[in-house]
Design a binder for this molecule. Structure first.
Ligand SMILES: [Zn+2]
Length: 205
């Protein structure tokens, strides 16, 4: 696809949107009040708005290779802080997906791309932590699917331990963390009901 097509598509979308709602862009420019923070994979096949049937303005998005929530990553720390403290988002979703190239690369060994390899060390750690369970799965496709789930679980736990999240809970903010997996083969999202450390005071989550 020639990128000029994207600019043409944009002009067509603006014209169509203005026809349907002449005040759409004025309203969009005035308010930024997303419902959720979505932490997903950079994979082009999993666009947050499309797969959740939401509109521009509904979802605050962070995407990286294999939906990692790494303590050393100042990018995601800033995104989470802004989403929670400034935008007052109350639901955070970490969403992995089937056929994730990042997870597969971690399973297969080194990629030869130094930045990618360094980034995927987090998944290799998840793999080591759950080696017994993963080794017991004979079917490589099922083992791969399971590592996608375990990676989501681990990233939700990383999220729960972030200072921004802990402080929000301590202040009594309603804040819920979710681990989901998107299946490319059928387009469905599944809630993993991921367990993570929560504040013990009732009513805080
Ligand atoms: Zn992916």
């Amino acid at each position: 696809m020639d990128v000029s097509t994207l600019l043409e598509n944009n002009r067509a979308w603006v014209a169509r949107t203005r026809r349907e709602d002449p005040r759409y862009f004025d309203a969009m420019a005035r308010h930024h009040a997303p419902l959720v923070l979505w932490i997903g994979c950079s994979d082009a096949r999993v666009p947050a708005n499309v797969v959740t049937g939401t509109d521009p303005g509904d979802v605050f998005v962070h995407r990286d290779v294999a939906n990692q929530v790494l303590p050393m990553d100042s990018n995601i720390q800033a995104v989470v802080e802004y989403a929670i403290d400034a935008l007052h988002v109350e639901d955070v979703i970490v969403c992995g997906h089937s056929q994730c190239g990042g997870v597969r690369a971690a399973l297969d060994g080194r990629t030869g791309h130094s930045h990618v390899d360094s980034w995927l060390d987090g998944i290799r750690l998840v793999q080591r932590l759950h080696r017994e369970e993963l080794d017991a799965i004979d079917d490589p496709a099922l083992r791969y699917d399971r590592l996608v789930e375990l990676n989501v679980d681990e990233q939700v736990r990383n999220l729960a331990s972030m200072g921004t999240i802990q402080q929000a809970w301590e202040r009594g903010r309603p804040l819920r963390l979710h681990g989901w997996v998107y299946k490319l083969e059928d387009g469905l999202l599944r809630d993993l009901h991921t367990a993570h450390p929560r504040p013990t005071t009732p009513g805080k989550v």
